[in-house]
Structure formats: C-alpha cells, structure tokens
Design a protein around this ligand. Structure first.
Ligand SMILES: [Ca+2]
Ligand SMILES: [Ca+2]
Length: 650
C-alpha cells in the first residue's frame, strides 16, 4: 500500500513537472504573479542571507516559506539595463537598453513579461522605477503590456523621494507640496506602495501580475523620521546615510509584509507566487578604512569572511549577485535553497511556464520552474553559459569558469570560481584554451544595440528636472553640457542653411508618411533625436548617443514608409551647422518587408564630405521598411549624424 502511494505521488510529480507549458491551465485560475525588486539591496544585506546589521523579518519569513536561490545573477550591474533583461527575457548582448542614462527606450515591438501575460488575460500593474523608456518614447510601460504603471519612468526623476509628481501611464500625479530634493510632505514610496496594494485588492478575483520595482534603498538615503523603521537604527554608531539605508531596507521589508498580509486577507495566498530580489550587485556603500567593503557588507559573507570581487557597475561576481527568494504555498516546498545558476533573463520564461503562457521565441532565458518545484522527475535545464556586457565591460560564465574583460583595451581575465570565488587568481595565461572558448562564445553573444526612440524629449527632460523641483523651468542649467552645445545650429548657420537648402527634396516621399521604428541610439541629452532625420527641417539633426556611454558603429536608422512602396534610392542631407561630427562616410542601404529582418544591402557606398544633398540611387525594389546603416564618419570619431533622409520612390 505504501509503495502504491509512493508510485502515485511519483506519477503526480511527473505530471506536474511535465506540465511546464500548461501548469496553470490545469488549475481553475492561473496563478497570480508578484515580483518585488529592491533597488540596490546587496547579496548579503537581508537578514536571511546572514546580515547582522539589518532586520528583515518579513523577507526572512518569505525565505523560510519558500526557496532561496544562492546563485541568482542580475541581468546587468546597473538599474536600467538590468530591468530590460528582466522584462524582456534577453541577456545584455541582445537587449535594447544597455545604457544607464535613465530614459533609454525599449523598441516599440518588444515583448515584455506584461505584454505576454496580457494575452492570457492578466491584469498587469507596475509600481516603482521603470527605467526602460522616458515619457513620449517607444519604451513607456503602458505600451509594453502594463494596464497601469505608477512611479518614475526616468531614473534621474527617481533620485528624489520627494518629487513634485509621479507618473501614471505617462500623466503626472501631483504630490502636492513636494519640490524635489531630500525632504517634503509626501514620501513617494508610501504612494507607490499604496498603489500596488490597491491594484492587488482591485484585481484579486482575476489573474494578475504585479511588478514592484521599488526604489528603496537606492540613494538619496532618505526616510521620514516618523517611519517606524527609523527608530531601530537612529542611534546606531554608523554614519547617518548607513543608518538611513538600513531603515529603508527594513521599511521595504515591512511593505513586503503588507503584501503577504493582503494575500492572506483576500484568500489568494495559495494561488499567488511571490518573487523577491535585488536589481544589481552590492555597492560597498559607506565604506571607510575601517569598513573597506562598506558598513553593511553586501558582498562579504558575514559568516566566512569570503568576499565577492567588484561592486555594482562592474561585471565581477560582486556586480551581479542578488538575493533572490520565491514563495508559492503548496507548490514550492518551504525551507529549500538552490545552487542553480540563473539570471534575470530566466524570469520571463519562468513566468510563462507558471502561467501557461507562450513565451516570445527570441529570448535567452531558461525557465527555472523545475527547480522551483523541485520535482526530481524533471531535471532543471542548465545554461550553456551566462553572458553580460555593460559600458565596455564583458563577462561570461560557464559552470565554474568565468571570463571578464574590464574594457576593450584590457586583456581578458579568467577565474575558476570553484577554487576562487573571490576572483583573485587570474588563470588566463595558465588556461588559454578555456579562455579562448569563452571569449569565442562571448563574441557570438554580442549583437549591436538597437534602441527605441523618442517622439519628443520635452516631458522626459521635465521629469529629470523634477528631481530638483525645476520641472517648470524652460531649461535646466544642471543638465546641459557646459559651454557652447556642440552641433547646435547658430543663428548664422541657420540663416545660411535656410538660404541654401531646399527641403523636402523633389521626388522624395512625403516626410509625414514615414515613421522611425528604431535608431541604434539617439542623443536624447541634447535633443538630437532620430525623428529629426525625417522632420523636414534641415536645421534639426539625429546624432548617435555621445552623452554618457558613447554608442559605437554600426549606427542604424530604420524607417517605416507606412505601406509597401517601390523604392528607387535615397537622398542624404548631412548636418547643416558648422560641425562634422557624425557626417556619414561609408554607409549601407537596405530594404525589407519587415522592420527587424533585412537582407543584404541594396547599396554600399561612400558619401561625400559635403553639406549639400546627396542622391543615392538603388535598384527599384518593393518594400515597406528601409534601413540606413552608418559604418564610418568624417570627423574621425565613431558617431553618426543625419539632418534629413529622403526616400525616393512611389
Ligand atoms: Ca539599482
Ligand atoms: Ca531634420
């Protein structure tokens, strides 16, 4: 009899495990999914990871009732890129948001966890820091599957907990009396937390996805003195910021507790899976000669003293390790830990498997559902490798081997993490074959970035000024580059160009029938947007990104002609001011019936160094989309700029 029951149990577990595509379909209602992501919480900072300084009783309970992943890695080591990996299921060699400028957009057509779940009828809400597209860009959350997103779209806006307003679905929600900075009457995290709880309450009778990329404990390190968490730390012998930071983590923990209590009150506890994680590696905050890895030591094991090398912003282990727990009563056995190597791109396929949804095909993640359920009958598939890139860094991990290149001009380093978890002994010279294999895989993993675009940056820049309470000022002095803005048309330039250039060019398709579908990058900081290349104004220009992380060639502009046309060529107008930065030299011109797949170029040519319009014919071809690819330019830099691009055809 006992044996019979064992067999039944085994069969049941096989059944569950094999249902990865239809786990949810087997239940009456697909499970709710909650993902809470703390901004900056380091690997060893929650108490359940051993931290002696910071109290996190609710997270400890979450961990005790669920599973801890001890080898969960962020998608990237800074805010915006890591969120893009999470939302799209892609690693950072394939994502559209690899710059951490604050508002770099997802492309219009990109699927996210939320847009995937919309197809399954989920209510979708997001509360906190978006970071994947400023207002009026192709990347805003409400165009990527979120019914509601309340919080900060741009990361600079999020650098105050007292903003004059938050954003809800691209509209401003005033926080009356706030004027940015470090104090004010309304603390934004309370507003964001309230909205998240309200969303869960409103949608608890239907399947919902609630994404909470909460901003604490990211700096500014501000928490109201009236918050109960402050009392726990205000008298500690740490610098004030370190005390504020600890209080912010404990406040965040309390907010997690409120979510747990609400699930119980609504009786949806058993049909809701909650994930909790950090967003990037620890930052050694508040370090000093006495505390070289920071006061709270997010990358130093408090029991053994073993350290992870690096911090947020680097691609050593310490830049990428995040605390991670998942809890799903009745499904995930309590009190487990996992050593499985996983990272943020895995979350989209995991949530697809949990909810019985079909994931988009072009992702890099592997569902961790087998590991979550712990069903021995279904082994957890493993990654061949995990890949990261950010700001010139590249890193790749395969099992225990890890190769890192801190920038393209430095040699690759190689570490055996099974012997050397702190990455202190470079084995590049001793193990050249292993290194060569990893570097080859890393090269294959990288694709040039293709960012989304802004229709206008006015409201986006306003949000960035709101950090200082200067949103209503026409221009924010703090955000402008010092000195004369390069590439900006002077009155003299303008008069000259207006007398010289006739635009639109004769025989070109009307500019208002065209639409930018993507730019590999655009320099939003001074308004050199991709839309400027087709706005009919010779005095406005598109420039590849040079503020913050410089974007490297090839630089692409892809344009939708609105309908299929017979394309006969294009007319390029270089920048009309006195500058030459980005003036195109070698280019390729390709056409396609789809916006994301182009055959071989119809034309490869060298443009002239000239301010005059240049006419480039191509064999007449039917297509709806065109792509201009800039390979080299005349200033000796690696930019691209275009004042106008006309398409010849009918
Ligand atoms: Ca962060
Ligand atoms: Ca223009």
């Amino acid at each position: 009899m006992v044996l019979f029951i064992r067999i039944l149990l085994a069969l049941a577990s096989i059944g569950i495990a094999n249902w990865t595509g239809s786990l949810a379909a087997a239940t009456e209602q697909p499970p709710n999914v909650i993902y809470i992501m703390a901004d900056e919480l380091g690997y060893y900072e929650p108490a359940f990871m051993g931290n002696p300084n910071i109290q996190t009783p609710n997270l400890d309970r979450l961990a005790a009732e669920g599973i801890i992943f001890r080898n969960m890695f962020a998608g990237s080591s800074v805010c915006a890129p890591t969120r893009c990996c999470f939302l799209t299921g892609k690693h950072s060699g394939h994502t559209s948001v690899r710059s951490n400028g604050g508002g770099t957009p997802l492309r219009a057509e990109e699927a996210t966890i939320a847009s995937m779940l919309k197809q399954r009828g989920y209510a979708t809400g997001g509360y906190g820091k978006w970071g994947c597209g400023g207002r009026d860009s192709t990347g805003v959350p409400e165009k990527h599957g979120f019914d509601e997103f309340l919080g900060y779209y741009d990361q600079v806006h999020a650098h105050t907990y007292y903003p004059p307003y938050l954003i809800r679905n691209s509209e401003e929600v005033p926080l009356t009396g706030n004027s940015g900075g470090t104090q004010g009457p309304i603390y934004s995290q309370y507003v964001i937390r309230d909205a998240a709880l309200k969303f869960i309450r409103q949608h608890h009778q239907q399947p919902f996805f609630c994404y909470m990329p909460f901003t604490p404990p990211h700096g500014n390190f501000n928490i109201p003195d009236s918050d109960p968490a402050w009392a726990l730390y205000k008298d500690k012998a740490w610098p004030e910021d370190a005390r504020r930071y600890a209080a912010m983590v404990t406040m965040l923990d309390r907010h997690v507790g409120e979510v747990l209590a609400l699930l119980q009150e609504l009786k949806i506890d058993n049909n809701t899976i909650i994930f909790f994680s950090g967003d990037n590696g620890a930052n050694d905050y508040f370090k000093s000669p006495q505390a070289p890895r920071g006061v709270h030591m997010g990358n130093k094991n408090p029991r053994t003293g073993v350290e992870f090398r690096g911090t947020k912003g680097t691609l050593y282990e310490g830049g990428l390790r995040v605390p991670f727990v998942a809890r799903w009563p009745g499904r995930i056995a309590p009190g487990r830990t996992s050593e499985h190597l996983a990272y943020f791109p895995d979350m989209l396929p995991t949530i697809a498997a949990i909810t019985g949804t079909t994931a988009p095909a072009d992702t890099d993640g592997i569902s961790i559902l087998p590991e979550l359920l712990g069903a021995a009958a279904t082994p957890q598939p493993k990654h061949d490798y995990l890949y990261w890139e950010i700001s010139g860094w590249t890193a790749i991990r395969q099992n225990n081997w890890r190769a890192v290149q801190p920038n393209p001009n430095k040699p690759w380093e190689l570490y055996d993490l099974s012997q050397d978890p702190s990455e202190s002994r470079d084995l590049a010279a001793a193990q050249p074959e292993i290194l060569e294999k990893l570097v080859g895989l890393a090269r294959q993993a990288h694709q040039p970035v293709r960012e989304g675009t802004f229709a206008s940056t006015q409201r986006h820049e306003r949000d960035r000024r709101a950090k200082f309470g200067k949103h209503d000022e026409a221009e924010a002095v703090e955000l402008k580059p010092k000195g004369k803005a390069k590439g900006k048309a002077t009155a003299k330039d303008k008069a000259a160009s207006q007398s010289r250039i006739k635009w639109p060019a004769e025989g070109a398709l009307p500019a208002d029938s065209m639409r930018i579908v993507l730019a590999s990058s655009e320099n939003t900081a001074n308004g050199k947007l991709a839309v400027n290349a087709i706005d009919g104004d010779p005095d406005t220009l598109w420039h590849s990104r040079f503020s913050g992380t410089k974007a490297l060639p090839p630089h692409d502009l892809i344009i939708d002609l609105g309908t299929e046309r017979t394309i006969q060529g294009f007319i390029y107008l270089g920048r009309q001011d006195s500058g030459w930065n980005g003036a195109l030299e070698n280019i390729e011109f390709a056409v396609s019936q789809s916006s994301d797949q182009f055959e071989a170029a119809l034309v490869r040519t060298t443009l002239q160094k000239s301010k005059a319009p240049q006419e480039i014919p191509c064999p007449a071809t039917r297509a709806r989309y065109v792509r201009l690819r800039a390979l080299t330019e005349y200033s000796g830099n690696q930019f691209a700029s275009v004042a106008e691009l006309g398409i010849r055809g009918h």
